[in-house]
Design a protein around this ligand. Structure first.
Ligand code: FAD
Ligand code: NAD
Length: 462
């Protein structure tokens, strides 16, 4: 018999949005339950997304670099890939993170329910397939995340035609991997398998890679990826893909059919609300399958809230986390806030690509007059020492006020460099504020300082 339990807040989904919201709400004194259908906590991000992909990106980068150490005066013998050991490293990293969330739940007194959550009325959630229970709560937070999007004519079989769920765990290095979509997943996981020895062909519908990213920045990255051996077909809309006896064949407009060993379909993700019983709660989805929310992440039904990938906005773990915290702080204190302009976006390839705020294209379209400061990695002492001279940092500041409007970096550890610029935008800083702040020497962070100086026409080292 299912037990019937009362809580202040029930969170559905233990991804970065849901688990962080649950912990923060418990810190604020609420009696919190979190329902998760998978055996481990952490959601897409920890189980099959951010964390496993970054573990493989780091490991494969070591492998690629190890073959290129002679220029540092380091001789290594024959290199050998142990893919099983690399996957074991990834699994260990994932387990450390998902178990870490379990510990945090215990520490903060969050009640965890295993099983699928389904609404049975606005304040009632039925849990089935694990810790069966009927939960009653004044507040319910939906944080059910997203799943890979599909493409008409392309049937994912999980074997030859795959999504990122399988591409983080191929049992062998594919001879030829075709990636559909030059977005974040396509470039990150395409890079992993290219470094490990696969021939990688990327098919992209749009005329540029990473649509939406500052175009000058994306082009610098694309040149670097080409040098690493990735082949790109831009403006190539994939219309079909089918598995064959020993591989797959892909058809795209304007190209001959391409035969390969495996296909990675990376054409975006869609909000996940299957089996949630939204009707019973009185909720409807928008035209893109998202849960519409207003201020405080409230849905149209009193007491039900939604955050993360299942609502509008960029599908990023840190966006989901910020929303989760703002939502529960709003419930408890009456105030919660996310500065969307200050949410950074990082692609963890080599070079990394990182952005915060507006791109040049967006500023031009909005008719905003801006100043631009650019500084190349090639002119930075630390970048030279690292042997990583590809890339640049570009800052965009308001022509009149000098307020920082956007920052776009491409180069080694660009994702770390963007952090101070996100803080600068959050604080409403000017380019001069960044330029006048001391940056340690010799660090890559000096590239940021010089780009800020360049925005005022006074860069020193170029
Ligand atoms: P999710 O993480 O998707 O979590 C939702 C959870 O809800 C899941 O665990 C699901 O099992 C559970 N759930 C769903 N329905 C129910 C139900 N009815 N009952 C019970 N449980 C339910 N973002 C970044 O910021 N940085 C990155 O480097 C990055 N890398 C990525 C790499 C890959 C390969 C992928 C696929 C994604 C990556 N992302 C990255 C995106 C990131 O994973 C998502 O934006 C983030 O996980 C969204 O968090 P969320 O809490 O909204 O949803
Ligand atoms: P994406 O939206 O980044 O890229 C999808 C790409 O597929 C686009 O460039 C699109 O033009 C292309 N495309 C669509 N239909 C096509 C067709 N028929 N033929 C050829 N190309 C086609 O999506 P993704 O890479 O699948 O990633 C999904 C989400 O996961 C992203 O929104 C991202 O926010 C998140 N994610 C983030 C990170 C990170 O922050 N580092 C890493 C991985 C995933």
């Amino acid at each position: 018999m299912a037990t019937s339990n009362e809580h202040d807040l029930v969170v559905i989904g233990a991804g970065p949005g849901g688990y962080v919201a649950a912990i923060r709400a418990a810190q604020l004194g609420l009696d919190v339950a979190c329902v998760e259908k998978e055996a481990s906590l952490g959601g897409t991000c920890l189980r099959v997304g951010c964390i496993p992909s970054k573990a493989l990106l780091e490991a494969s980068e070591r492998y690629a670099e190890a073959g290129d150490l002679a220029r540092f005066g380091v001789k290594v013998g024959d290199l050998e890939l142990d893919l099983a050991a690399m996957m074991a490293h990834k699994d260990k990293v994932v387990a450390a993170n998902t178990k870490g969330v379990e510990l945090l739940f215990k520490k903060n007194g969050v009640h965890r329910y295993r099983g699928l959550a389904r609404f049975d009325g606005p304040g009632t959630v039925v849990v089935k397939g694990g810790d069966d229970a009927v939960l009653h709560a004044r507040h319910v937070l939906i944080a059910t995340g997203s799943a890979p999007a599909s493409l008409p004519g392309v049937e994912v079989d999980g074997e030859r035609i795959t999504t990122s769920d399988q591409a983080i765990a191929y049992p062998e290095v594919p001879g030829h991997l075709v990636v559909i979509g030059a977005g974040v997943i396509g470039l990150e996981l395409g890079s992993v398998w290219a470094r490990l020895g696969a021939r990688v062909t990327v098919l992209e519908y749009m005329p540029e890679i990473l649509p939406g990213i500052d175009v000058e920045t994306a082009r610098i990255a694309q040149r670097a990826f080409k040098k690493q051996g990735l082949a790109f077909h831009l403006g190539a809309r994939v219309t079909a893909a089918r598995a064959t006896a020993d591989g797959a064949v892909i058809e795209a407009e304007g190209l001959e059919p391409i035969a390969c060993d495996r296909v990675l379909v990376a054409v975006g993700r869609k909000p996940y609300t299957a089996d949630l019983g939204l009707d019973a709660a009185g909720l409807e989805l928008d035209e893109r399958g998202r849960i519409p929310v207003g201020g405080g992440y409230r849905t149209r039904v009193e007491g039900i809230y939604a955050i993360g990938d299942v609502i509008a906005g960029p599908m990023l773990a840190h966006k989901a986390e910020e929303e989760g915290i703002a939502c529960v702080e709003g419930i408890v204190t009456g105030y919660g806030h996310v500065t969307y302009e200050a949410i950074p976006n990082v692609v963890y390839t080599e070079p990394e690509i990182a952005a915060v705020g507006k791109s040049e294209e967006e500023l031009k379209e909005a008719g905003v007059a801006y100043r631009k400061g650019v500084f190349p990695y090639a002119a930075n002492g630390r970048a030279r020492a690292l042997g990583k001279t590809t890339g640049q940092v570009k800052l965009l500041a308001d022509e009149k006020t000098d307020r920082l409007l956007g920052a776009h970096a491409v180069g080694t550890r660009a994702g770390d460099l963007i952090a101070e610029l996100a803080v600068a935008i959050e604080f409403g800083a000017s380019a001069e504020d960044v330029a006048r702040s001391p940056h340690a020497h010799p660090t890559l962070a000096e590239i940021v300082k010089e780009a800020a100086l360049a925005a005022g026409g006074r860069a020193i080292h170029i």
